[in-house]
Design a protein around this ligand. Structure first.
Ligand SMILES: Nc1ncnc2c1ncn2[C@@H]1O[C@H](COP(=O)(O)OP(=O)(O)OP(=O)(O)O)[C@@H](O)[C@H]1O
Ligand SMILES: CC(=O)N[C@H]1[C@@H]2OC[C@@H](O2)[C@@H](O)[C@@H]1O[C@H](C)C(=O)O
Length: 366
């Protein structure tokens, strides 16, 4: 099949900013990885996005943009246009060769059992502004067909595992705001699901207690002691008993059990919560020979150490395999855009619970 140079852009549940990455791919394999760019949200933009997340909880219609949601959508579209322009303008990028953009947008609400998943961001406006076709609204078709609408990245994880020629069953784990795992079997069979919290609870705790956006380098999580009672209370949630496929909204868990702990102990306990939920999820899904970690949580040594301990498995960061921990999702949406245009499936019974492999995404011409 013909290869496309595509740009993928992701604004994840942690609300940290826009990740953009270029890849060359035919939608089956990844020929090469290109330059990447991260554009953080300004604190004022992030405040509007947080307000939009709260407002979106009462949405009944996924296309409605009442009040702050319209403002947030304009911010998301503008931030992505700016990021794409900046990446396309770089000296190491040949703008004329980039022929497709995959635009995830920003999830503001995810309730697939109510047939509702809401990603804000105007794909048609982005296509016009960039003069490049854009694929967006990747989750809607899967949810409409009865799937979870997430995770979508597993088919990209499989392409990377095949490309690296890894043997055995591999767990690729993304620790973003929420954490998700893809188990890639030796035959390429896929089981995927959101494991539980990623960094969102830690981010919210640290913002409230210190004003910082994150526990950078895991310094607080590493300095604290895990409160086992609080950890048990956190893990005592029916979500962890549900079989995969399953997916989560960013704000599915409460951090009330760590409310009385010092900031360090609370952060350590929340890091352990993330790690234990991943380890338990991987084990319940049949286990793996190794775990490869990507997403921002790969920068938190307390999460990685607890994950190795709780799973008893070798845990590597994506970089150990030559993959990008920070831009894997952006690359994935480039890959998914190419698959969408080719009519290839994005989701599978094992990844979202959809009845049969299904393509998705909405195509916008400039
Ligand atoms: N240097 C760092 N030290 C510690 N934590 C970090 C570091 N860099 C990023 N993180 C954590 O990772 C988060 C961002 O991760 P990432 O970009 O993978 O999430 P996302 O893509 O927004 O979310 P999701 O995958 O759920 O959609 C930050 O909010 C922060 O908690
Ligand atoms: C609804 C939604 O946006 N979910 C995100 C979120 O962040 C991580 C996890 O929860 C995953 O399910 C998904 O993102 C990645 C990119 C995915 O779809 O694979």
């Amino acid at each position: 099949m013909l290869r496309t140079v595509a740009m993928g852009m992701m604004s994840g549940t942690s609300l940290d900013g826009v990740d953009a990455a270029l890849i060359a791919s035919d939608g089956e394999t990844v020929e090469s990885f290109g330059p990447t760019l991260f554009r953080p949200y300004a604190e004022a933009e992030r405040a509007v996005l947080r307000a939009a997340l709260a407002a979106a909880r009462s949405l009944e219609d996924r296309t409605a943009r009442p009040g702050v949601l319209a403002e947030a959508e304009a911010i998301v579209t503008a931030a992505h246009a700016e990021t794409a322009e900046a990446l396309l303008g770089r000296a190491d990028v040949d703008r004329g060769r980039v022929s497709l953009v995959g635009f995830h947008g920003q999830t503001v609400f995810h309730a697939p059992h109510r047939f509702l998943t809401v990603q804000i961001g105007d794909g048609a406006a982005l296509a016009r502004r960039l003069g490049i076709p854009v694929v967006f609204d990747f989750r809607a078709a899967d949810v409409a067909a009865g799937g979870e609408g997430a995770p979508l990245v597993p088919v990209y994880h499989r392409a990377l595992v095949r490309r690296a020629g890894l043997a055995g069953r591999i767990a690729v784990v993304n620790i973003g705001g929420v954490a998700n795992a893809t188990l890639v079997g030796a035959e390429g069979d896929l089981v995927a699901f959101d494991t539980g919290p990623g960094n969102a609870l830690i981010d919210d705790l640290v913002r409230e207690r210190t004003g910082a956006a994150m526990d950078r380098g895991g310094l607080l999580s590493s300095a604290g002691r895990i409160d086992e009672m609080a950890l048990s209370a956190l893990l005592d949630d029916p979500y962890f008993l549900e079989p995969p496929p399953k997916s989560l909204d960013r704000d599915a868990f409460s951090r009330a059990p760590v409310g009385r702990l010092s900031t360090e102990d609370a952060a350590a306990t929340l890091a352990a919560f993330t790690a234990h939920a991943i380890a338990a999820g991987v084990a319940a899904a049949g286990g793996a020979e190794r775990i490869v970690v990507c997403g921002g949580g790969a920068h938190n040594p307390a999460i990685l150490a607890r994950l190795a301990e709780a799973s008893g498995l070798p845990v590597d960061r994506a970089e150990a395999l030559g993959w990008s921990a920070d831009f894997m999702e952006a690359q994935a949406f480039a890959f998914l855009a190419v698959r969408s245009v080719a009519g290839l499936p994005l989701t599978f019974p094992g990844t979202t619970g959809v009845g049969a492999p299904l393509s998705g995404g909405v195509f916008a011409q400039p």
